[in-house]
Write a protein that binds this ligand. Structure first.
Ligand SMILES: NC(=O)c1ccc[n+]([C@@H]2O[C@H](COP(=O)([O-])OP(=O)(O)OC[C@H]3O[C@@H](n4cnc5c(N)ncnc54)[C@H](O)[C@@H]3O)[C@@H](O)[C@H]2O)c1
Length: 443
């Protein structure tokens, strides 16, 4: 087993223990979660190898270029190269193996655990006695026990909890976040055995500055991340529903939410938009819904939240069609600029992005959508000017900084008068005063 000795724990200026041992660490899956983690562990002095099945990603990282847009990651890669490979045999020396592969859903919203089980099957033949395997991917409660451990045991011939250790430490990283990073965010850890828990806490405390909290079991730790993201999904569904209702009541929902936020306790603001995107919030609740179903429980509340949030991109297109009609224009045949493809501001990740559904819906309804995203290269218009030229209307689908600073003149100079602010990120009154037919989501 990964041996921790007294000399491995020193104390900092205020007497708190600081782990100092150096481990051979492997990170499996070098995406938005795995790559920052691998670079962090390497910066903290561990010997790190990164493994990914994508030849393209490995070639990019080997060439010192981040495979996705992230200035901090690029800076770290510039400062220190990362040893990466597609070959799982490189795991031979690894004492700690951290799995950060995707956990998406299929078209029918059922969890797709094949990347995770595939990764475990690839790791297992190279697993050595005493290793620790940590799952960082977001999974529903029970996945470590029913998928991860059986796959590792079957393909290694070793026994979990006896020959190797298994833990879950769900990642909470928020790409593009200036304040919270992989290094300073608090973590939770659940493990199969007390020994596994101790080793995992030790490892994470050696790289993370935030609190690393032990949980009672693997299942508890698995539930934490799903609960966090489901909390966001249901709260966003609540305000999205308010937006749909307040539209009819003639109330600006953003003003109301901002005013409600002045209450110093028991209110946490969430804001409506053209939809919920990304690999986490619109995905993770389905993992819990499905696990509930498998165990004879129907999560009606979560399913309703999902269906309200899934409705928002089409609502946004309806809003556009209605606003065009009010000004004697038709959606069919109209060129429409869709500003933003990424699911959130200032990143290039388009997974589950509402913009994709907006584009599809516009096409189905006979419009000619022209997307533009400064972070997503090689898709749509090459510039804002090109996207707006000849457009009869525009939808702001991502609140990139560059879009938040748009003025009415940026639209008016192309004779674009109908602007649907899918992220409520433009100054409504300024746009209305300038003669733009502005509509936000619930405002
Ligand atoms: N993106 C986020 O903001 C975020 C935040 C917290 C948690 N998570 C969770 O972390 C996990 C990873 O998410 P991500 O956004 O980094 O995904 P990603 O798609 O950016 O990266 C995953 C990487 O894993 C690789 N991969 C797939 N199957 C593999 C296999 N069998 N063996 C080795 N590599 C494999 C892919 O090629 C890819 O490079 C998911 O479970 C996600 O829910 C994501």
């Amino acid at each position: 087993m990964v041996q921790i000795q007294e000399k491995d724990i020193q104390t900092d200026a205020v007497g708190l223990p600081v782990p100092t041992a150096v481990f051979n660490v492997a990170v499996i899956g070098l995406g938005y979660v795995g790559l920052p983690l691998a670079l962090l562990a390497s910066r903290k002095g561990h010997r790190v190898i990164g493994i990914d099945i994508s030849e393209r990603k490995i070639a990019s990282i080997r060439g010192g270029v981040s495979p996705f847009y992230d200035e901090k990651i690029q800076k770290h890669l510039d400062a220190k190269p990362l040893d990466v490979d597609t070959n799982f045999a490189r795991l031979r020396e690894s004492e700690i193996i951290v799995v950060c592969v995707p956990t998406p859903v299929h078209e029918d919203h059922l969890p797709d655990l094949t990347p995770l089980s595939g990764a475990c099957e690839s790791i297992a033949p190279h697993l050595k006695k005493g290793s620790l395997v940590v799952i960082e991917s977001t999974v529903n409660p029970g996945v470590c026990d029913t998928i991860v451990i059986p796959a590792l045991e079957k393909h290694s011939g070793l026994r979990a909890g006896v020959d190797f250790l298994v833990s879950h430490c769900p990642e909470r990283v928020n790409p593009g976040d200036e304040r919270w990073s992989v290094e300073n965010i608090n973590r939770v850890v659940g493990s199969l055995t007390p020994e596994g828990l101790e080793k995992t806490l030790f490892f994470y405390r050696s790289i993370v500055r935030g609190e690393v909290r032990p949980m009672g079991s693997l299942k508890e730790a698995e539930a934490v991340k799903i609960v966090e993201n489901t909390f966001r999904d249901v709260n966003i569904a609540f305000v999205n529903e308010l937006a749909l209702s307040f539209d009819k009541l003639g109330i600006d929902v953003v003003n109301v939410i901002e005013a409600a936020s002045t209450k110093p306790f028991a209110f946490m603001p969430h804001f409506p938009s053209c939809g919920v995107g990304g690999h986490c919030i619109p995905v993770d609740p389905y993992y819990l819904i499905e696990e509930g179903r498998r165990n004879g429980f129907e999560h009606e509340f979560l399913s309703l939240a999902r269906s309200i949030n899934n409705r928002m991109p089409v609502h946004t297109v309806n809003l556009l069609a209605r606003t065009l009609e009010e000004h004697n224009e038709e959606l069919r045949g109209a060129r429409i600029a869709v500003l933003g493809l990424a699911y959130k501001s200032d990143i290039d990740d388009t997974r589950e992005s509402p913009a994709r559904i907006i584009l599809k819906e516009l096409t189905v309804r006979g419009a000619e959508p022209v997307p533009y995203d400064p972070f997503v290269k090689g898709e749509g218009a090459a510039s804002l000017e090109e996207a707006l030229k000849g457009a009869r209307g525009a939808i702001v689908a991502t609140s990139h900084r560059a879009f938040r600073s748009l003025s009415p003149e940026d639209f008016l100079k192309h004779n674009v008068r109908v602007v649907i602010d899918g992220k409520n990120c433009l100054p409504k009154q300024v746009f209305l005063d300038a003669g733009i037919h502005y509509r936000g989501i619930g405002r």
